[in-house]
Write a protein that binds this ligand. Structure first.
Ligand SMILES: [Zn+2]
Length: 338
């Protein structure tokens, strides 16, 4: 049987993650390399293209076996045209035709998707949403709805994605699922997006670390004060100190969990999914994140109807975006050539 492969890329602010995925959905090769984002889109796209052959070699594959490519990228972007509108952390990406540029270079179908959506779709197809793989081809709407999910990716910002009825929900303006910019605090902390009180100003890894650093500069005591320069404190330091009983870090961490719980309750009412997944670097805290989020959500939920979603940890880790991009690439192959 002829070997067929796709590559999923996940372009982040600091790294380009990639996975080669076979027709059974298995990751057969992966790679992560630094992105020198300051050079602008041309060199970054060149890095994506230059990674193709080493990735295929790592999978014992050839260029002739490459059927499609998927690219997950920070948005906003236009899924239907494959153009990047803008990128918050990568300069110079204004109205860049990413899909057509890669298609012209590689000669295969290319899918471009928001990174939060791609991660959610990756979990849906190959991670914590694995039950979808057990559905029959002719599954009805009710069966598919049981596999719906919403995922928060807690990293530099808060990415998110919504999968409904087997598809990523894009919305009329193709920008649905930007749940990191859901306002959870009226007139709250300013966000780079122009709003105030966005979820990602409280519940991203960067926000947790920044809020602890700001409190330290205001003179609040913490055991982290003995650990070197304030600038070196990241979310991992905060989690470790909170676990060890540090009051400041414990408070900031618990507030992050409270805001996430509020977001989960809002999602419950807006989407009504059976489950919400927490992924990204901050989810490595495991039950130290999950347990308080579940508890705060339970206390904030309404009592009129028992429609609370299960809140779970995502399972693909840093692979989720690339795996989701690869799954979207496979869907192009299915549509165009089979
Ligand atoms: Zn915002």
């Amino acid at each position: 049987m002829k070997t067929e492969l796709v590559i999923g890329f996940d372009l982040g602010g600091t790294h380009l993650a990639a996975a080669v995925v076979d027709a059974d959905g298995a990751v057969v090769s992966r790679r992560s390399s630094p992105v020198r984002a300051e050079r602008g889109p041309g060199p970054v796209i060149a890095d994506i293209l230059a990674a193709v052959d080493p990735l295929l070699r790592g999978a014992a594959g050839k260029r002739s076996e490459l059927r499609a490519v998927g690219v997950a990228a920070p948005g906003p972007l236009c899924v239907s045209t494959g153009r990047i509108v803008r990128m918050a952390n990568l300069p110079g990406w204004d109205n860049v035709p990413l899909r057509d540029t890669i298609h012209d270079a590689l000669g295969c179908p290319v899918a471009v998707e928001n990174d939060g959506n791609a991660a959610a779709y990756g979990e849906y197809r190959g991670g914590s949403g694995r039950s979808i793989a057990e559905l029959p081809e002719n599954a009805n709407d009710g069966e598919r709805d049981r596999c719906d999910l919403v995922m928060f990716t807690l990293g530099t910002g808060v990415g998110a994605g919504v999968v409904i009825g087997g598809r990523i929900h894009h919305g009329h303006f193709e920008n649905a699922g930007e749940l990191g910019h859901m306002i959870v605090a009226y007139d709250g902390l300013p966000c780079g997006c122009g709003q105030r009180g966005c979820l990602e100003q409280y519940a991203s890894a960067s926000a947790v670390a920044r809020r602890v650093r700001d409190a330290m500069r205001s003179g609040e005591p913490t055991r982290l004060a003995d650990d070197g320069p304030i600038e070196s404190i990241d979310a991992t330091c905060v989690v470790d100190a909170a676990r060890a009983g540090d009051a400041l870090c414990g408070r900031i961490w618990d507030e992050a969990c409270r805001y996430l719980a509020v977001a989960c309750v809002n999602v419950q009412h807006a989407i009504n999914p059976p489950r919400i997944l927490l992924g990204g670097g901050m989810a490595r805290a495991g039950s130290f994140l999950l347990d308080p989020v579940r508890e705060h959500a339970r206390r904030n939920q309404w009592k009129l109807y028992d429609d609370a979603p299960g809140i779970e940890l995502a399972s693909l880790g840093t692979d989720a975006g690339a795996v989701g991009a690869a799954a979207l690439a496979w869907s192009l192959v299915d549509r165009t050539t089979r």
